[in-house]
Ligand binder design. Structure first.
Ligand code: B12
Length: 213
């Protein structure tokens, strides 16, 4: 599909205005929001990630790509969050302490919102205590944590320790995600679930909260 390819390319090139224009076209053409997300936005950021890893591009280019991605995301967001839906539950989501990466976390938030959850996004560089405090304050059933750096991953374990200390383990479920995180790490720290991607997180949260699909 031409629009999707154009959108993907404009993200790779870090062209904010072109990305917004293509996203507008995708909306007008009625392309399914999940398809736009998977085949243009995430696909584009994956290419950017690979090029960054192989030193073909550097941080400034990555930042431009992220800005283009957000411009597009702003346009397709209404497709995810439309109309009145019964509230399925509340999820507090954030990037762990020391971690400023938020693209993946934001995508997960949007997907969950689109599926009918209230998402309380507490941003990036979130201290472990704050995850728990915010979940309690909002009556959230799930805490979602994102880490993109191997150095920030241990922060996830600290949140679980605090939940245990406060007698909240099992009552508030914990899902984790981000490129360096995996099933094994999830088991190691005692989180309830690891999610490979944003789409997978919706099914996982539903399962944890025992909501029928
Ligand atoms: C974009 C990016 C940046 C941007 C971030 C912009 C932003 N607003 O987020 C900027 C330029 C700021 C940046 C900075 C840095 N970055 Co950087 N960055 C990336 C890059 C290229 C892409 C990440 C991304 O957005 N991917 C796209 C999204 C959609 O994918 P995702 O995050 O994985 O999310 C999906 C899943 O993981 C999952 N998921 C994610 N979170 C969650 C949470 C929950 C609850 C669930 C259920 C699921 C889930 O669902 C998402 C959607 O499907 C990666 C490379 C890579 N391959 O990951 C490096 C990378 C993560 N960065 C890296 C590094 C080293 C840095 C810096 C230290 C660089 C520096 N020298 O300053 C700083 C650190 C800043 C900080 N303190 O956090 C390294 C990390 C190495 C490591 N193993 O620790 C990577 C892997 C690049 C590399 N190969 O070297 N970075």
């Amino acid at each position: 599909m031409q629009v999707l390819e154009g959108l993907k390319q404009s993200i790779i090139e870090g062209d904010e205005s072109k990305a917004a224009q293509f996203a507008d076209r995708a909306v007008v053409e009625g392309i399914d929001a999940k398809t736009v997300l998977d085949e243009a936005l995430i696909a584009g950021m994956n290419v950017v990630g690979e090029r960054f890893r192989s030193h073909d591009i550097f941080l400034p280019e990555v930042l431009l790509a992220a800005k283009a991605m957000y411009a597009a995301l702003a346009k397709i967001r209404p497709l995810f969050v439309k109309g009145e839906m019964p509230l399925l539950g509340r999820v507090v989501i954030g990037s762990v302490q020391g971690d400023l990466h938020d693209i993946g976390k934001n995508l997960v938030g949007i997907m969950l919102e689109g599926a009918g959850f209230e998402v309380i996004d507490i941003g990036t560089d979130v201290a472990p205590e704050r995850f728990v405090d915010e979940a309690v304050a909002h009556g959230a059933g799930v805490i979602g944590m994102s880490a993109l750096l191997t150095t920030t991953m241990p922060g996830m374990g600290r949140v679980i320790t605090i939940l245990k200390e406060r007698g909240l383990i099992g009552k508030i479920k914990v899902i984790i995600g981000g490129a360096p995180v995996n099933e094994e790490f999830c088991r190691e720290i005692g989180a309830d679930a690891y999610c490979f991607d944003a789409a997978n997180s919706v099914a996982t949260v539903k399962k944890l909260l025992q909501i029928a699909h």
